[in-house]
Design a protein around this ligand. Sequence first.
Ligand code: ADP
Ligand code: MN
Ligand code: MN
Ligand code: MN
Length: 404
Amino acid sequence: MWGSLFLKQNKKAPARSSTKYRALAVKSEDGTINRMEDLLNLDVTPYTDKIIAEYIWIGGTGIDVRSKSRTISKPVEHPSELPKWNYDGSSTGQAPGDDSEVILYPQAIFKDPFRGGNNILVICDTYTPQGEPIPTNKRHKAAQIFSDAKVLGEVPWFGIEQEYTLMQQDVNWPLGWPVGGYPGPQGPYYCAAGADKSFGRDISDAHYKACLYAGINISGTNGEVMPGQWEFQVGPSVGIEAGDHIWCARYLLERITEQAGVVLTLDPKPIDGDWNGAGCHTNYSTKSMREEGGFEVIKKAILNLSLRHKEHISAYGEGNERRLTGKHETASIDSFSWGVADRGCSIRVGRDTEKEGKGYLEDRRPASNMDPYVVTGLLAETTLLWEPTLEAEALAAQKLSLNV
Ligand code: ADP
Ligand code: MN
Ligand code: MN
Ligand code: MN
């Protein structure tokens, strides 16, 4: 059996040195030899064409990421080459026990930085066996919006700033904070270096490289104002890709923090009081905003956004009312505001955009636990597909001092 299997595969396996094995054998305290690392790092490509695909989907809370693995007969380049799959939706709060099957449709693939080789991560969305998107499948509607001819023609770009907080395992208290106590007040931590100011840089950096390897359009990282809090940015990415990339980046972060024994939280206000919350600022532009005269188009978009403030807030993440207090670089959840270079506004327009008369806007309202499919889809819908009545528009223009 083994012999014939070996003969069928004409790939040459590189000779492995046994000295290397001896050198790596580590005896643990109970005398067993741990060669787990060898197996985890084993490159199987010389031995088989088969690859491992990690199918990833969003679970029943709308924020939990789940995944399971399967063997695919050969390397693939496009999600359409992959089979649909299924899982037990009754175990993720997404289906009743007596009709538990949820179907996974592969939508985007990334290189797997954990397994290496030709192995892949597969972002999926979720359907009933009859082919209906299940309620937590927010990608489906977003994909519809982004395939609308009007939206396609405007090539919407998104730059998403994902903030997150690292927590010590078991105690539910931020990384670097004394258990049962508090660090010194905010001020020295933002973008800082030093053992007393920066907590979890190895995680942020490992994640950065893992994202680049995977093919995620990550554009940067920074340490945040609250100690133990970090940010990474993805974008500019076009349309539905922004959501796929953020979800894959979140999955990688879950896996890396798992390895580090640190707990990731996307809670928008992990610690009450005088500590910054965690957001997911969404920078947005359309083709017309990026072209000559774009600032006027941005102002019109802001006007539309002001008239749908409530709809946006209700779609921008759970618990966001604890974060959008009007303090800590946020605007109040109850009122809509905009301004140039003002971090206390709902929508900020950068100095450069004002100066050049074109560019992009920053929606500062989304919480760290928002669903990027929902937020990007809604931004495109409100600014490109939805139109207010003329009266509503005139009133809002007056209120916001926007002459459009
Ligand atoms: P902040 O100054 O708010 O901290 P960041 O530098 O963290 O901003 O993030 C800005 C994000 O906006 C980046 O992901 C960047 O790629 C993205 N971005 C830049 N230009 C555009 C644009 N024209 N449209 C949409 N997003 C953009
Ligand atoms: Mn930022
Ligand atoms: Mn930030
Ligand atoms: Mn920002």
